[in-house]
Design a protein around this ligand. Structure first.
Ligand SMILES: [Zn+2]
Length: 446
């Protein structure tokens, strides 16, 4: 792989320990790794990306998604429903998906993320109808070129057993555990610079049994992989936990082995003080999904309190059936705005939102090999053009990324390779992909 030099950036936002921002700086990349950051790094052998008029940040990290849902955006029956009603509207549609729907919708979702600055995305796939497999989304991510943390999700308690999903989407628990073992053995890569890391992720406490939650935790520890699920998303979720389990979600998670530095929970909108303390003590992470929480009316996650307690918080778009967009830098803005709605204008700065979107997410996903622009870290970078209309008149180009825009990158580099160049995805034919996705959506509507 040839050397790559990003030259003359207006600002390089390093997210290093001193949170340095370097003006007029270069970043030098070799073999997927950042070799140097500073001034005057030009060498004859390097390919050059001119970054004058641009801000360079670490690649954004998306800590929670359901990529398959890009095929069910703006579904009329789900547009105005709360979480449980929304799920019940969509389950029968999702039950008609198969491998092609999983593959194409994942590519659309990942392309959307790439254009919004994301270099690493997690995905939570918890239904496997008609022969769909986690492998379908892994193949999709490989072509797009993003770093990918797919999680083998699952639902096992169907309606007839008191769960939320239809029985047709509930899997047998022994088969779920077998497939979890299969995908970890086939795809998980623990090495620094890994492009694929697999996690285990029963869908939520209201769609699997206590036994599966516990067994998945035991299996994850045995295999050395991470655990992920939905937790404390809204009031219905809390009521279900109190009614069925006789305790709050934090207690439920702790009892079943679902706390620790190898666990991250999506949403956590309704965590109370004792649960925040539990997460802090156990170093359990949180995927904050601000637009999804707004879209479903779930509430405002206590991100300020979580961060103040030292809990790791990453950012996430969540599935495209509850957002319905997939723009990660836009989520950073929404994260900042929501804390201000709740607590006042000094509750979260633009820079802190940017930190959550980059370094915060990398930490939540256990990636100490990325999330910063400093020598030795993986070469995952987003390059934002701040010479255009959105930032015209902006006095602070770094804060402007969250306060003004742009909401699309000019260039995106993952493991030293360009995925977006001059605002265009270079790894796939986007118009053809979009047409294929539209055709699949038409087939589902029909
Ligand atoms: Zn979700």
């Amino acid at each position: 792989m040839s050397d790559l030099l990003i030259r003359n950036a207006d600002a390089v936002v390093t997210m290093n320990a001193r949170r340095e921002e370097l003006a007029g700086a270069d970043v030098y990349l070799r073999d997927g790794v950042i070799l140097a950051v500073g001034h005057g790094l030009a060498r004859a052998e390097a390919e050059v990306i001119e970054a004058r008029g641009c801000v360079v940040t670490p690649g954004l990290v998306n800590t929670h998604h359901h990529l398959y849902q890009t095929l069910t955006r703006a579904v009329p029956g789900g547009q105005d429903a709360l979480l449980f009603g929304w799920l019940k509207t969509l389950y029968p549609i999702w039950a008609r998906f198969g491998p092609e729907e999983m593959f194409v919708s994942a590519q659309v979702g990942l392309a959307e993320l790439a254009l919004s600055g994301c270099t690493l995305s997690s995905d939570h796939l918890y239904l496997y109808p008609n022969g769909a497999r986690l492998d379908d989304t892994i193949a999709a991510a490989g072509e797009v070129g993003l770093r990918f943390h797919p999680t083998r999700g699952a639902m096992s308690i169907g309606e007839s057993a008191g769960g939320l999903p239809p029985d047709a989407l509930a899997e047998d628990e022994a088969a779920i555990l077998d497939d979890m073992i299969r995908v970890v053995d086939a795809f998980h890569d623990q090495r620094a610079g890994a492009m694929i890391r697999v996690g285990l992720a029963p869908c939520s406490p209201f769609s699997v049994s206590r036994e599966l939650m516990r067994d998945a935790a035991l299996l994850a520890r045995d295999k050395g992989v991470m655990l992920h699920t939905h937790l404390a998303e809204n009031d219905e979720d809390i009521a279900y936990s109190l009614d069925r389990f006789g305790c709050r979600p934090g207690q439920y998670a702790e009892d079943l082995g679902w706390t620790g530095p190898d666990v991250w929970h999506a949403h956590c909108v309704k965590l109370v003080g004792s649960e925040i303390e539990l997460f802090s003590r156990s170093r359990t992470g949180v995927a904050h999904c601000p637009c999804s929480n707004c879209r479903l009316g779930s509430g405002i996650a206590p991100v300020r309190a979580l961060r103040d307690a030292g809990v790791g918080v990453g950012l996430a778009v969540d599935g495209s059936a509850s957002n319905d967009a997939g723009n990660l830098i836009a989520e950073a803005r929404m994260a900042m705005l929501l804390q201000r709605v709740a607590l006042g204008a000094d509750a979260m700065s633009a820079r802190e939102a940017l930190e959550i979107a980059t370094l915060g997410g990398a930490r939540v996903l256990g990636r100490d090999d990325l999330g910063r622009i400093e020598p030795g870290k993986r070469a995952d970078l987003a390059i934002w053009d701040v010479s255009g209309m959105e930032t015209a008149g902006a006095w602070d180009p770094v804060a402007a990324l969250v306060l003004c825009g742009p909401t699309r990158v000019r260039h995106l580099i993952v493991e030293g390779r360009q995925v977006v160049r001059d605002g265009q995805i270079v790894t796939l034919d986007l118009p053809r992909l979009v047409e294929r996705q539209r055709a699949l959506a038409r087939r589902l509507v029909a």
